[in-house]
Write a protein that binds this ligand. Sequence first.
Ligand code: CP
Ligand code: NVA
Length: 296
Amino acid sequence: MPRSLLDIDDLTTDELDTVLSRAADLKAHGDGEPLHNQTLGMVFEKPSTRTRVSFETGMTQLGGHAVFLGPDDIHLGHGEPVKDTARAVARYVDFIMARVFDHADVEELAEYATVPVINGLTDDAHPCQTLADLLTIREQFGGFDDVSVAWVGDGNNVCQSFVIGAAMAGIDLTVATPEGYGIDDDVRERAADLGNEPETTNDPEAAVEDADVIYTDVWVSMGQEDQREQKLADFEGFQVDSALVGDRTVMHCLPAHRGEEITDEVLESDNAIVWDQAENRMHAQNGLLTWLAEQE
Ligand code: CP
Ligand code: NVA
């Protein structure tokens, strides 16, 4: 089976370092057209700004192209099973990137596709975001040693991949979520196996006390719109505002819901490095794509 990236720990710690270094090199120098004439199929069950545009422009920069396969464009979800989509699309393209609801669907894609499958966000994981986040932290702080991050907000997909990625990178991490919104046991165990389990708490102020960076994500994720009222009530007290931030650096995967998980003031402040994160999605993915292309 070809190498895929369904979550960040599909890479070894050394491979993660290689992909990040390659991403930084491509960002600094470009590198001809390493994916000349290669095609990325991009399957989307949910909307996207950054993931779509960064993968599509990234493939162009690398000398290849991308095919957008939105929810109304292909049979997936309307009568063609995942495994049939995987086998057919893989006969045309060199890589598949998929943004779907159920994480089991990217696993099935990877099982049946004969090309690498890249997770572009499931309900459980967002490894491409973590690659970009680690690249951004490394640029800002010159490395990962002595960097302390506090996650404040929902402990779902973006948080979970960041927990694993932080464990791999050796970042000190505290995760503050309301009760009932913490990371899965499986994610905690995988971080522990990597020797770097995050601290967890229900107290945002305590979480940020020793942090250099505060990272947050929306409270109402795509597909959770019917839980909106309940989640807004449950996340009261978890807003990242200027009082919580002080002089800390602020990260957000975007899109941001101003007035909910973060204030406009914080997002627009010099503390926020969210546009570097967004740009680094492309460089990180370029590093990943060129690395995947070289694997057996
Ligand atoms: N952060 C991220 O994945 O953004 P999009 O939903 O716009 O792709
Ligand atoms: N947690 C968010 C992340 C979006 C990139 C969601 O799943 O909608």
